[in-house]
Design a binder for this molecule. Structure first.
Ligand SMILES: [Zn+2]
Length: 331
């Protein structure tokens, strides 16, 4: 109870990386009463970030028996104890702004619980519109206009992914220090609006990194292999579960070197670059989902959780034409 009371003297929240705090939190006043206490809209402060970015929300608390859980645009944000020794004690939530979240101001509600008591903190989050590029792609007709059989296959594959990702690890598996899976040329930009054979399609929900066939692909962080696939669009792919609703994806591989359920370490080689699925050349499609939000995977490398892990595997110098990346897991 003492710990929860200490939240009445909330210090200014940590600035979120890739985001701007445009207002400072007010100090909370009043006595801790049994039951739930709510604060006014935006009373704890304001965050702002562009579509596809990641906000780091810090809630100071000195008692580990408190649990914290956030809700943003209907998505659940799981908070965890701040792993950084140099930072004040507290909980951190990674709030992913989906590439298609509606621009405007939305509430982030964080509920703190300790035994029978709870307290609701209210942050205001401004989602800013990102100017995504428009990409025109030309692909074989049967990769864009799906016949009935392929459409049925795609739907089954989508279900398989949805089911697998519905149950994630309930603890944080990742450690400070994220790894770029392949160090190569970014050939397909996150969020770009895709026009395939003249038809508008879903935006690109990851980054494409062009690299020669067979280039090793490293896991961005510690986790568990949730699912390995060989799907129509994503080709040979890996879904890594990093815990608390955080997944990273690696698609169009030529080889998958891990098995479902296998524990992997940051930097571990999990596969090799290929052009399987819908792709016109060898590249890695790297994607990240945070509590259901599709975010730019490169935002991970900028997070204020740095470690001593070695960075990306260096792609060997290509002697062939640069890969033209593409390939989205959805049409
Ligand atoms: Zn891609």
């Amino acid at each position: 109870m003492r710990a929860l009371s200490s939240l009445f003297h909330t210090r200014p929240i940590r600035l979120a990386l890739l985001a701007f705090v445009v207002g400072l939190p007010t100090n909370l006043v009043g006595a801790l009463l049994p039951g739930s206490i709510s604060t006014a809209h935006g009373a704890e402060g304001r965050y702002s970030g562009k579509q596809g970015q990641v906000l780091v929300v810090k809630v100071p608390a000195d008692d580990e028996s408190i649990t914290a859980q956030g809700t943003f645009l209907g998505r659940s944000i799981r908070f965890f104890l701040d792993p950084r020794r140099e930072e004040p004690k507290g909980f951190v939530g990674l709030l992913g702004i989906d590439l298609q979240d509606e621009p405007g101001t939305h509430d982030l509600i964080v509920e703190l619980r300790q035994g029978e008591q709870s307290r609701t903190l209210n942050y205001s989050v401004s989602v800013l519109k990102e100017k995504f590029q428009i990409e025109h792609l030309t692909l074989p007709k049967d990769k864009v206009d799906l016949d009935e059989k392929t459409l049925a296959r795609w739907k089954t594959e989508q279900e398989q992914v949805k089911t697998a990702l519905a149950s994630d690890s309930q603890t944080r598996l990742w450690q400070p220090g994220f790894v770029e899976p392949v160090n190569g040329k970014r050939t397909g930009i996150f969020g770009s609006v895709r026009i395939m054979n003249g038809q508008p399609r879903n935006p690109h929900n990851g980054e494409d990194i062009g690299a020669p066939l067979g280039t090793p692909v490293a896991a961005t962080n510690d986790g568990v292999v949730k699912l390995t696939v060989d799907h129509f669009f994503s080709g040979k792919g890996i879904f890594l579960d990093h815990g608390l609703g955080f997944y990273s994806m690696y698609f169009h591989l030529s080889e998958v070197l891990v098995k479902d359920g296998e524990v992997v370490k940051a930097g571990q080689i999990v596969g090799k670059v290929g052009a399987s699925g819908r792709a016109t050349g060898p590249h890695l499609h790297w994607g990240v989902k945070l509590n259901g939000a599709r975010v730019n995977p490169y935002a991970l490398l900028d997070l204020p959780f740095k470690g001593s892990v070695q960075s990306a595997t260096q792609a060997p110098v290509s002697i062939t034409e640069p890969a033209s990346g593409m390939g989205s897991p959805s049409p």
